[in-house]
Ligand binder design. Sequence first.
Ligand code: ARG
Length: 469
Amino acid sequence: MSPNETRKPANTQWGGRFTSGPSEVMERINASIGFDQRFFAQDISGSRAHARMLVEQGILSSEDGQAISDGLDTISREIEEGSFVFSAALEDIHMNVESRLRELVGDAAGRLHTARSRNDQVATDFRLWVRDEIDAVEIQLRGLQEALLDKAAAHADTIMPGFTHLQTAQPVTLGHHLLAYVEMFGRDRGRFADARARLNESPLGAGALAGTSFPIDRAATAAELGFDRPMANSLDAVSDRDFALEFLAATSIAMTHVSRFAEELVIWCSDGFRFVHLSDAYTTGSSMMPQKRNPDAAELSRAKTGRVFGALLGLLTVMKGLPLAYSKDMQEDKEPVFDAADSLALALAAITGMVSDMTADPENMRAAAGKGQPTATDLADWLVRAAGVPFRDAHAITGAVVSLAEERGVDLSTLSPADMQAIDPRISEDVFQVLSVEASVASRTSEGGTAPDNVRAAVDAARARYLGN
Ligand code: ARG
């Protein structure tokens, strides 16, 4: 602070011990109201539950309880309407609400903070916020699975190349490929549900760190706020941010899936592939090159993954050096979680939109699926099955057949029986039944395999498992 800077009066929430207010930079570094106002609704619910319990326990008069409840109604309305004036001098959402409550209802407001600290208050608010966010993500993930399942059902028979190393490996169906993502997003739902179950304990009543001497009823506030039970240890209750880390970890993994799918869309839309087409709704043009149609929404969904990973690593780093219990460092827990949650919500909306929007080009996919001898494994398998050749030998024989086809610049299925028999006399004409791409796909009937009938059954099973219909 410069020597001439005039200080404000001390903060009224702890004014007793302070003679003057903070420097301008102290106020700026300390204030979280710019972002934590985002959980005003959770803060007000927490205060309501706390006040009701204090009345129930005879710690607060019912008149004061009523005044607090009415005041909180007004504040809630003011914030929703946008007329509430947030003040950085009041640091955070908790003190902004309490200070306004005092203006509205007088002394009763000062009694609301009995047996409570901002430490258990913020932990409660944040858990409630993350829980709400998980519930919203769950709906979005389900919607994405539904969109994928609809497309998968429509493309149970659509043949495309399956890749390993992004080299043509074996033909698969587009429906099967999309169902792989249904599984990934299904596991994401499971991870969010696990995180939700673990976070659903109430920190309220832990006080600053040690509990309180007032005869509070933690089970009552926990129940009112929809928590399963109070957290067992007051030090843990105010200092734990595992729930935020788990949310960020689950979000990071979900974003990995979003990003992989986005990458596939970018590849599939590219000139070398042209497997799918995205409409004007999800693409942009170039200001210079009139022919361009760029898959920007897919690219940005892929890119947003970076900031989500950053959020996880950032919060892990904030938490890793903190002794028990609360340290102000923990105020830095919110922005990364908000940003990651917003990024995931937006990317899921974009991906879901693109899944529904995309139109496949079955001819291009089928043509690509035929390139690169994708039925070589089918020839080897036939040698094993029909001629009793050990798989290793069959692999070598097939290698020789593939070499010959490549030398001639043709597909395996267009070599003559004589050409093949010259390599191994055990190869008969029957082999041609398995060498087409269609036959290859139709033969993959093992559980979880790509055969169109399997895909149709898998779509039904996934609908039952994930959508309950
Ligand atoms: N704004 C604070 C936070 O977000 C609330 C808790 C403040 N606690 C304290 N002891 N200063 O973490």
